[in-house]
Design a protein around this ligand. Structure first.
Ligand SMILES: Nc1ncnc2c1ncn2[C@@H]1O[C@H](COP(=O)(O)OP(=O)(O)OP(=O)(O)O)[C@@H](O)[C@H]1O
Length: 412
């Protein structure tokens, strides 16, 4: 990253990807209001990317989404999807190309989960067998057992499950574009974190072009490939990558919106798979002889050893004191502490840090998709990332200061 490539315009220089959503001067003036709710929003979202609209309450986020979806009609401006001008097409036709997820999911209360998920395929005239197969596939995709849930009604699900169904329904007809308006807003923080992670994992598979609305900058930094920080009337203060927003905010409005702790927020941008994990933690099979386990622990610089089950999955943490108890007859698989802090490689460092803080041993175990042990994230690993970010940030500000000073000795 250089100091000159900061992108603050509404339309950032993009990496040659295909534009999928183009908003051009989109404006909405509600009758009888002095100010436009959305005033000249111009924004391009590339295929397969998540753009987050983030801004304070009332700045026009929901109105912008409803305009794109043609739930309300623009006063002026244009909407292009995949190069086609959709401003005046039939709104029903448009909505078949756009999946819409909203905060309270908008599930129909008297329809089963299967009927809710199958709404758009039914409208499209798919036959029953095809709809049923698609519903089951989508429920699986969002982590819900089809046999258990397809026949239930929305009120028989938790808030998190309803949001998952909302996502499944939006994906039903495989639309190229998804609009998500505070989809996880009404969910408790822990479930919210989980849904965000699940959604990012799902997005790796489905690669939709997404506009995602939130008023939470941390959620924006985590979910967005690009983020548009909005002022009132959906005026764009900065449209940029999460990294650039954190290291080079365009102005005080953006810095204030990001708030303090930019280095900590960066932990939301770094994924466990991208950093160097500690791989020197001593491990042994839970069925190994105690003497062998002790030898492995003593040969390392660690005070605890990680026992793994037959499939290589973390089972327990043991110290030499636990091993002494095993010498006296305790079962190895029952001494020590259970492994509570576990993440997969796509987790963010913020997730890993959360787990670490809550864990009883001060480190988080990383496992692959099948649950097998991969490595460890400890506080040192995280501190290294924080230090690197802080150094980058300081270098950027120094460079900016130097650029503002008139060079000495220049002809006047
Ligand atoms: N139907 C309407 N008639 C008149 N004004 C409206 C209407 N809908 C929204 N507005 C106004 O438009 C502005 C933008 O509202 P909008 O709901 O888009 O904001 P928002 O950023 O989504 O807010 P929040 O985060 O609180 O949901 C607000 O000032 C709101 O009062």
């Amino acid at each position: 990253m250089t100091t000159t490539d900061t992108l603050t315009q509404a339309d950032p220089a993009r990496s040659g990807a295909k534009p999928m959503i183009e908003l051009v001067g989109l404006t909405k003036r509600f009758p009888g209001t002095a100010e436009a709710a959305v005033d000249g929003l111009t924004l391009t979202v590339d295929e397969g990317e998540i753009t987050v609209l983030v801004g304070p309450s009332g700045c026009g986020k929901t109105t912008s989404m409803e305009l794109i979806n043609r739930l309300i009609e623009p006063t002026s401006g244009r909407i292009l999807i995949d190069g086609k001008d959709m401003t005046h097409t039939n709104p029903d036709e448009l909505r078949r190309h756009i999946g819409y997820v909203i905060q309270e999911t908008g599930l129909l209360p008297h329809r089963t989960i299967a009927q809710n998920v199958g709404t758009v395929p039914k409208l499209l005239g798919w036959d029953k067998a095809r709809i049923a197969a698609r519903v089951d596939e989508l429920l699986e995709m969002v982590g819900m057992d089809p046999a258990t849930y397809r026949g239930r009604y929305p009120k028989e699900l938790s808030g998190g499950q309803r949001q998952r169904v909302g996502v499944a329904r939006a994906l039903a007809a495989d639309p190229p574009v998804m609009l998500m308006d505070e989809p996880f807003g009404a969910i408790d923080p822990i479930t919210r974190e989980r849904l965000q992670n699940e959604f990012l994992r799902l997005q790796q598979q489905v690669r939709k072009t997404i506009i995602f609305v939130t008023h939470d900058i941390d959620e924006a930094l985590k979910m967005g490939d690009r983020i548009a920080v909005l002022r009132n009337q959906s005026h764009i203060a900065q449209y940029d990558t999460p990294e650039n927003l954190l290291t080079s905010p365009a102005d005080d409005y953006v810095s204030d919106f990001i708030g303090t702790g930019a280095s900590l927020k960066r932990l939301n941008l770094s994924r466990v798979r991208d950093i160097e994990m500690a791989t020197d933690a001593p491990t042994a099979s839970v069925s190994a002889p105690v003497a062998e386990v002790r030898a492995a622990l003593l040969a390392s610089s660690w005070t605890s050893l990680l026992l793994l089950d037959a499939a290589g999955r973390p089972a327990r943490w043991v110290t030499s004191r636990d091993l002494a108890r095993a010498d006296q007859g305790a079962v190895l698989a029952e001494v020590g502490l259970p492994v509570e802090a576990i993440v997969e490689p796509h987790a963010t460092l913020a997730d890993a840090l959360d787990e670490l803080i809550a864990s009883n041993v001060g480190c988080t175990v990383v496992v692959d998709g099948s649950g097998a042990y991969q490595g460890i994230v400890d506080l040192e690993t995280i501190m290294t990332v924080v230090r690197t970010v802080r150094d980058e940030y300081e270098r950027f500000h120094l460079a900016q200061k130097l650029a503002q000073q008139p060079a000495d000795g220049q002809a006047r």
